[in-house]
Design a protein around this ligand. Structure first.
Ligand SMILES: *Cc1c(COP(=O)(O)O)cnc(C)c1O
Length: 388
């Protein structure tokens, strides 16, 4: 029997080790891992530079306290700010902590300028911002909040893509609009650039902050460092996590100077957040994924992958409804529930993971090789043929 609580529906498989795009199971089978810990292992398994970083740093210093200076954190924060819209960074340990801290930053800003009632956060219904109490009520999903009442107040919701419902839900107490630039769990739904621009315009007009949750789609996953980059929109606050640690738990909130002014000493903290071990790993990931050649490679592979998947779709128009996504954040939407399809992919040694709206998420490491993508395409194509 298992002593682990039953809050996960785990597949009956475990792994001994991983290398790059591959996982090796306890029963000695080799799997192509296109889950990568749900877009977490941006450089695949056992990346030599990450191993080296952890080895070196673990001999020197793991953890101190944020009561002291942490040069590795200073370095990573500087890199993040130089690369993005941000002026300041606050480190956390996970995505949900980062989204919740983003909400805190937004509220604290309006409080600090004498508008404490401007504290409501407007979110997309059935979005995903994590699993803390505030984050589940921000997500506005019945399934995630069921049994966890009383409801945490302060969150309003609009329907994805429904601009009228968005405008209707804004009131004088709205402090921020928080959306995922690309909805991950929600089924790989991309907010088009013109909508992001519209959102920014609306926020400017109504003195509302724009929070773009890039926990899943950020850190080069979309082919740009941030998924909103191409739109030229500058958000006020961006929570990140998943990809930045390459498998080591790191979260962070990036923010501009304006909103950072509210976060005075003592206003927020985290015991583990930003410790030297995590920060040194983050620095190594950052150095690799921000290289122009690296990002270009993600873009090229993405183009090839998406085009090839669309070819498969055109051959199986009754099975595949839509190919979605950007960069290497890819969704295959089926007409039917994808459980069996995912199982068949797994039987053929390709690991994928589901999202809402009958979507199969395909999340290779960002340094995936073209021949590995070809292997995945062959498997997907085969399963389509068998899948009736
Ligand atoms: C995964 C995710 C989170 C939560 O991250 P955790 O590390 O699981 O807490 C928040 N927002 C988005 C968009 C995510 O994909």
């Amino acid at each position: 029997m298992s002593y682990l609580a039953k809050n996960y529906n785990r597949k009956k498989i475990s792994f001994k080790f991983g290398k790059g795009s591959y996982l090796f199971s306890s029963d000695n089978k080799k799997y192509l891992d296109f889950v990568q810990g749900i877009a977490v292992n941006s450089l695949g398994h056992s990346h030599p530079k990450l191993i080296k970083t952890i080895k070196n740093q673990s001999r020197k210093l793991w953890h101190v306290s944020n009561a002291f200076q942490i040069p590795e954190g200073e370095k990573l924060a500087k890199k993040l700010c130089k690369k993005t819209f941000a002026d300041f960074v606050m480190f956390q340990n996970s995505g949900t902590e980062a989204t919740e801290a983003a909400v805190k930053v937004a509220r604290r800003y309006f409080y600090s300028i004498g508008k404490p009632n401007k504290n409501r956060i407007l979110c997309v219904k059935n979005s995903f911002h994590g699993r803390t109490l505030a984050a589940i009520f921000a997500s506005g999903s019945k399934k995630m909040t069921e049994g966890f009442g009383p409801k945490i107040p302060g969150f309003d919701h609009f329907n994805f893509g429904d601009h009228d419902s968005l405008k209707k839900k804004i009131n004088k107490n709205t402090a921020a609009i928080m959306v995922e630039t690309i909805m991950g769990e929600g089924g790989i739904k991309v907010i088009p650039d013109w909508c992001l621009k519209e959102l920014r315009y609306l926020c400017n007009k109504k003195n509302i902050l724009l929070i773009l949750d890039e926990v899943q789609c950020g850190i080069a996953r979309s082919g740009d460092f941030f998924a909103f980059e191409k739109s030229k929109v500058k958000p006020d606050i961006v929570p990140i996590a998943k990809g930045i640690g390459g498998g080591f738990p790191i979260g962070a909130v990036l923010m501009n100077k304006k909103v950072a002014s509210g976060m005075i000493a003592g206003s927020h903290g985290s015991t583990f957040g930003g410790n030297p071990l995590a920060m040194s790993v983050g620095n190594t990931v950052m150095d690799i994924v921000t290289k122009k050649s690296f990002l270009n490679n993600v873009k090229n592979l993405s183009k090839y992958f998406l085009e090839s998947l669309n070819n498969i779709k055109s051959k199986h128009p009754k099975t595949i409804k839509e190919i979605r996504g950007k960069g290497l954040l890819i969704g295959i939407q089926l007409y039917k529930d994808p459980t069996k399809f995912i199982q068949k992919l797994m039987d053929k040694r390709l690991l994928t993971i589901r999202a809402a709206e009958n979507v199969i998420r395909v999340l290779p490491p960002l340094n995936v090789k073209k021949n590995e993508i070809n292997d995945a395409l062959k498997i997907i194509s085969k399963v389509c043929k068998d899948f009736k």
